[in-house]
Design a protein around this ligand. Structure first.
Ligand SMILES: Nc1ncnc2c1ncn2[C@@H]1O[C@H](COP(=O)(O)OP(=O)(O)OP(=O)(O)O)[C@@H](O)[C@H]1O
Length: 242
């Protein structure tokens, strides 16, 4: 589903100097699998997630995403899929929205609005009818045992509830893949386990899952299909689990 071929990302850090955050990375992620990126701080995990999630474009190399259902790509789609590294910004935004759901470290929920509204937020730019989105959001709230909090501002919710709102929000546009960056960084070990169980269920339901994490509860999880270890922007170890 996702293939990177010799992908490099340089950031300009001075008039004539650049820093290579991701260095010549090639990898393959199959559909309905769970991939964990581990590695020390600064090793390039977040940058790699941003490249795969179409939030930034590579300096060189190719990123291929297959099987994305959107009419935008019909014309340019080849037998192998489409090459996100050569598409204009508008298409990239569209790919991002239809392919990926994102879960961030501090969940990035908006205070002052309800849990239901938070879950619906990523659907607003799609132009989909609000009653349809609302029904889907309520379905997700039911699935994650959040219905009684539908009208509660998110600041009233517990850590575990916030985590489930973040997962539901990532699912609102029915993405093919979930990208999570250090999702357990602010959770105790029980909630981290609960997070992995929920994510495992998403994988079982056919979602492709990609997580960057320092947390042994995540990178040692039996649910992972492959663990990629990063150092200095490179993948230094790839572990395929049975
Ligand atoms: N926009 C940017 N401009 C310059 N350097 C950047 C930029 N974004 C990231 N970097 C650098 O690239 C390197 C990789 O950063 P990245 O956030 O991908 O690492 P990480 O493995 O996710 O780290 P952490 O675990 O601490 O989140 C770091 O040295 C970081 O400072």
């Amino acid at each position: 589903m996702i293939a990177l071929n010799q992908v490099t990302k340089n950031f300009a850090i001075g008039p004539a100097t650049s820093f290579t955050a991701v260095d010549n990375v090639s990898l393959t992620i199959t559909r309905s699998s769970m991939t964990i990126l581990k590695g020390p701080s600064g090793s390039g995990k977040t940058t790699l997630l941003a490249l795969i999630g179409c939030m930034t474009r590579p300096s060189s190399g190719r990123i291929m995403l297959q099987g994305v259902e959107t009419s935008f790509f019909q014309a340019s789609e080849s037998a192998e899929g489409f090459d996100s590294s050569s598409l204009p910004e508008r298409f990239l935004t569209e790919i991002r929205r239809s392919t990926f759901g994102f879960i961030f470290q501090q969940f990035n929920l908006i205070k002052g609005i309800s849990a239901l509204q938070n879950i619906m937020l990523p659907a607003y730019p799609t132009g989909e009818q609000q009653p349809v989105v609302k029904q889907r959001a309520l379905g997700l709230m039911e699935q994650f045992d959040l219905l009684r909090h539908r009208n509660s501002p998110v600041e009233w919710l517990s850590g575990g509830e916030l985590q489930r709102v973040a997962i539901a929000r990532a699912l609102i546009n029915n993405p093919i893949a979930i990208i999570a960056d250090e999702p357990t960084a602010h959770l105790d070990s029980q909630l981290s386990q609960a997070f992995m169980e929920s994510i495992g269920q998403l994988k079982d339901s056919g979602k492709t899952v990609l997580i960057a994490s320092h947390d042994p509860i995540v990178y040692s999880s039996p649910l992972a299909d492959q663990v990629l270890e990063m150092r200095d922007g490179r993948i230094v170890r790839q572990e395929l689990l049975p």
